[in-house]
Write a protein that binds this ligand. Structure first.
Ligand code: AMP
Length: 190
């Protein structure tokens, strides 16, 4: 089983790459951000709760996010592997993921991190905000807060996976195809 953690700051291109990689490697793509947005659109209890954090560029609390992620994995008992996009974002989430996958006799295969400079991220997200309909992409201060939260709470996961020899940094600037190719080179070594 290949279980990939696709990592990087907001705007690094995780969602775009996941769309290509899931086809190429027949993996189930789970984007926690997408699941939250689906719940917001359908005004579920989870959606209402998540919205109050997402609109400010803050993380949804771990317990809520972990329960949701576990449920998404359980929905796919036949999966050959997963691409986790936007999860884990905290050490507690990384521990929960390890526990979940261990209970299924598998593990995280690799964390692939898309590396992109901050100013490029802000530009990309403002551009995406013109068409994505995402409130958190439309406001530069929310975008900058999301990037700050990434460095404060999420970036430490690089050390977490590096300590397990599972961290692979990939240059996230270039054409979509070039970046897919760079990630594929990593996956092909697994
Ligand atoms: P994304 O689509 O990955 O950029 O996520 C959009 C927003 O959803 C984030 O800014 C967070 O508010 C929330 N979110 C997504 N994934 C997580 C996660 N793993 N932990 C906490 N909050 C999350």
């Amino acid at each position: 089983m290949i279980n990939l953690v696709l990592f990087g700051p907001p705007g690094a291109g995780k969602g775009t790459q996941a769309e290509f990689l899931k086809e190429k490697y027949e993996l189930v793509h789970i984007s926690t951000g997408d699941v939250f947005r689906f719940n917001i659109k359908n005004a579920t209890e989870l959606g209402v709760l998540a919205k109050s954090f997402i609109d400010k560029g803050q993380l949804v609390p771990d317990e809520v996010t972990i329960n949701m992620l576990n449920a998404e994995v359980e929905k796919n008992p036949e999966a050959k592997g997963f691409i986790f996009d936007g999860f884990p974002r905290t050490s507690a989430q990384a521990d929960a993921l390890a526990e979940l996958l261990t209970s299924k006799g598998t593990d995280v295969s690799a964390m692939v991190a898309l590396e992109v400079e901050d100013e490029v991220l802000v530009k990309r997200l403002l551009e995406r905000g013109k068409t994505s309909g995402r409130a958190d992409d439309a406001d530069e201060s929310v975008i900058r807060n999301r990037i700050a939260v990434y460095y404060k709470e999420t970036a430490i996961l690089k050390d977490y996976y590096q300590a397990k020899d599972k961290y692979f940094g990939v240059d996230g600037v270039g054409s979509i195809e070039e970046i897919t190719e760079r990630i594929s080179k990593v996956i092909n070594t697994l």
